[in-house]
Design a protein around this ligand. Structure first.
Ligand code: ATP
Length: 711
């Protein structure tokens, strides 16, 4: 990684990096599940991180099994040691601190990801704090300045304690007359040598051992902070600090619904910690985005650090990552990427999906909470890096089978009796089916003529949900294929997304919707990104009548290379075949209580509901009676309204939430708390019981909003 260009983000105030923890003997044969890729965007270098398990991408968006790439300013890999991170990231800060500015280095990450190791290190591999103090002492000696330190912790109850005080005296965070933060009761101790620092900070020659000892005496979950003051006054009591270098070792992020070793639910003890981790990310995000309001007051730790974080203060946020699979690490990377980029962005273009960047990756407890629901998902990925010029990559037979899932949606429907009798069994038989739009009609090979191709990924997901075991509530299939060509212009990425949804709560009504989309992003022309877009859309709400489908093809590519054009043509043909192979006539009754069916269905993946709501004009005109037209239209509107309402609950800020009927201060706070545990807690109206609302109540309010459509 040392040879890469290092032009960095132009906003020098905040830098967000990642560090993959080095291996210890305890790790055994852990192999990295994180891939690090170089990016250059607008001339700025960054790294993007993707996650996979074996050959499977880890679905991070919570929907559609998308493989997303999260951008950070830089990522240090497993073999890169503390001293490298120090030289590159911390040393420049020290010079600034000696010039009178404050700086803050924050380590965050899931538990056991090496945050403390990074800061404290070992005798053999000193950590950032030790290396920094060493360097600062040297500079202080050269410049006639002196160094002092404070060491504190902020526990889960927001209490601040002085760790240099044997009695762990409480520290009070106050503002003076000038609005500056005062940490009343926090000791400052002068330091003149590294070994002396070890004594204060670690209580011995091996800081790790001492800190581990200290940790056992402390509450399990707390943030720890070290302040290194640089003062020109010197002396034992440094009342006037010229500038500060803060090290903040945040408590490990942990899913609040996990159980502790002793079986106790950790919700209570982790909620406050997680809240403050979010708060510090929110502050970093606001500062990086130059927002006028920075939410320092959201937590004790950000209030304490306000003087250092604001103004000319520099910030380095290091997200520590586990070298082996860790769901919480993904979440931390999402937060880091959001802080780094303003929002996390995905190479697979999944940002097109509403809320995808902010979607939780924490496995939803809501699915498991919905008794009787069966959900299964399968993700398959083919990834090849480097050049595959003129080669044909062969897909496994599962891709052909997958294609069948889409083609045979009618078979699925005709099999509904079997499905309803044994949903779980059907689910497992469906899960072997994947989809590849690159599959030729007459063969199961994937042809890749684009050269060189940086990555090909194909993701398939199948979900069957049945809240009451029978009848089938929802069958949903999402497929995505992406080719990323980073090196050769003009094509940057080809992305294909297919979605199929079958909703059938009580045998009828039945709604089938499928959507296909091909997007080619062409970054060759900086001024004008050329885009080839193909969309195919098919929806069926039928009563034995004609089913309408709509295909839109819009080609505005001005300079696509011949192989890509040919490839696109192939894709386009495949899509047309795909759409045309879906049955054009179905004998299914459309029932007018579709709203109820839709809203009571627990659709686990958030990507699918919208497709089931699409009712185009052409579809509507294909219905026979005016009643059916009206009914289809109103069903779509009702469903859409419910989804918008849920989306609002999942994303709105407190102020917006309070504008909603039935949501006051208390409910708005509960909603925000729920979102901290699971950032998208409301997947259907039944989830509203978590905030003391019933689906019926909300439907009633929505009904009022839109008049008589809910009658
Ligand atoms: N670079 C590394 N090389 C070898 N071992 C490491 C490295 N980083 C961390 N470890 C080991 O991994 C384990 C966890 O590290 P550490 O305690 O620093 O994690 P943490 O993120 O601070 O955990 P927590 O959140 O629970 O405080 C320790 O046993 C540590 O020695």
């Amino acid at each position: 990684m040392s040879g890469v260009p290092r032009k960095q983000n132009l906003n020098p105030k905040v830098r967000v990096i990642a560090k993959i923890r080095g291996s210890s003997h305890l790790d055994g044969l852990s192999t990295s599940w994180i891939s690090v890729h170089n990016n250059i965007r607008d001339g700025i270098f960054s790294h993007s991180l993707t996650f996979s398990l074996g050959d499977r991408p880890v679905a991070t968006s919570g929907g559609g099994g998308r493989k997303e790439a999260y951008v950070v300013d830089y990522c240090y890999e497993q073999n890169e040691k503390n001293d490298l991170v120090f030289e590159r990231e911390v040393k420049p800060f020290i010079n600034e601190v000696f010039d009178g500015r404050n700086a803050t280095i924050i380590a965050c990450g899931a538990r056991g990801t090496g945050k403390s190791y990074l800061f404290q290190g070992t005798d053999d591999e000193p950590g950032l704090t030790v290396l920094a103090v060493d360097e600062m002492l040297r500079l202080a000696a050269d410049n006639g300045k002196s160094i002092a330190v404070s060491f504190y912790e902020v526990d889960q109850d927001h209490h601040v304690k002085d760790l240099l005080d044997p009695n762990r005296q409480q520290v009070f965070v106050l503002k003076d007359a000038h609005g500056k933060t005062q940490l009343k009761g926090l000791s400052q101790v002068s330091v003149t040598s590294v070994s002396q620092f070890h004594n204060f900070y670690g209580g011995g020659t091996n800081p790790r051992k001492s800190i581990q000892k200290a940790v056992t005496e402390l509450p399990k979950r707390s943030h720890k902070g070290l302040i290194v003051y640089v003062s020109s006054h010197g002396g034992e009591k440094l009342d006037v600090s010229v500038s500060k270098l803060n090290f903040v070792d945040l408590a490990g992020y942990q899913d609040a619904r996990r159980k502790s070793i002793d079986g106790h639910n950790l919700v209570e003890s982790t909620r406050n910690i997680n809240k403050s981790i979010h708060a510090i990310h929110n502050v970093v995000y606001s500062l990086k985005a130059n927002e006028t309001h920075v939410p320092y007051r959201e937590s004790k730790i950000t209030t304490m650090l306000q003087d250092s974080l604001g103004g000319a203060g520099r910030i380095l946020m290091v997200t520590c990552l586990n070298p082996s699979f860790c769901q919480e690490s993904i979440y931390m990377v999402k937060l880091a990427s959001r802080s780094c980029q303003g929002s996390s962005w995905a190479i697979t273009d999944s940002t097109k999906k509403a809320n995808s960047s902010a979607r939780p990756m924490v496995p939803s407890s809501h699915n498991s909470r919905m008794l009787g629901s069966v959900s299964t998902s399968v993700k398959k990925q083919i990834v090849s890096r480097g050049h595959i010029s003129g080669k044909k990559a062969h897909c496994s037979t599962s891709t052909l089978k997958a294609r069948k899932l889409f083609d045979e949606s009618s078979d699925l429907i005709s099999q509904k009796d079997q499905l309803t009798s044994n949903v779980a069994k059907e689910a497992s038989s469906l899960e072997v089916e994947g989809v590849s739009l690159f599959t030729h009609e007459d063969s199961n090979s994937v042809s890749v003529d684009v050269s060189p191709v940086a990555a090909i990924s194909s993701t398939c997901e199948t979900t069957i949900l049945d809240k009451e075991v029978s009848p089938v509530a929802a069958v949903s299939s999402t497929c995505e294929t992406t080719i990323i060509d980073k090196e050769v212009s003009p094509v940057a990425a080809v992305s294909v997304t297919c979605e199929a949804t079958i909703l059938d709560k009580e045998a009828s009504p039945l709604a089938i919707s499928s959507t296909c989309e091909i997007t080619v992003l062409d970054k060759a022309d900086e001024d004008q990104n050329k885009t080839v877009l193909y969309t195919g859309e098919l929806s069926m709400f039928n009563e034995g009548k004609k089913i309408d489908k709509e295909n839109n093809s819009s080609i505005v590519n001005q300079g696509g290379s011949p192989p890509i054009s040919a490839q696109l043509q192939e894709l386009s043909n495949s899509l047309k075949l795909l759409c045309s192979s879906t049955p054009s006539c179905m004998d299914i009754t459309l029932k007018n209580d579709a709203f109820h069916n839709q809203t009571s269905t627990d659709i686990g993946e958030p990507t699918t509901p919208s497709s089931s709501m699409r009712v185009t004009n052409r579809e509507i005109t294909s219905f026979c009676s005016p009643w059916e037209k009206f009914n289809a239209r109103s069903t779509g509107m009702k469903n859409s309204l419910v989804q918008d309402y849920l989306r609002l609950l999942n994303t709105a800020d407190k102020e917006e939430l309070r504008k909603l009927k039935g949501i006051g201060e208390k409910r708005a706070t509960s909603i925000l708390e729920l979102r901290e545990d699971c950032p998208e807690p409301f997947k259907n109206l039944d989830d509203l019981k978590d905030i003391g609302l019933s689906a019926k109540q909300v439907k009633g309010w929505l009904k009022k909003e839109v008049g008589g459509l809910f009658d």
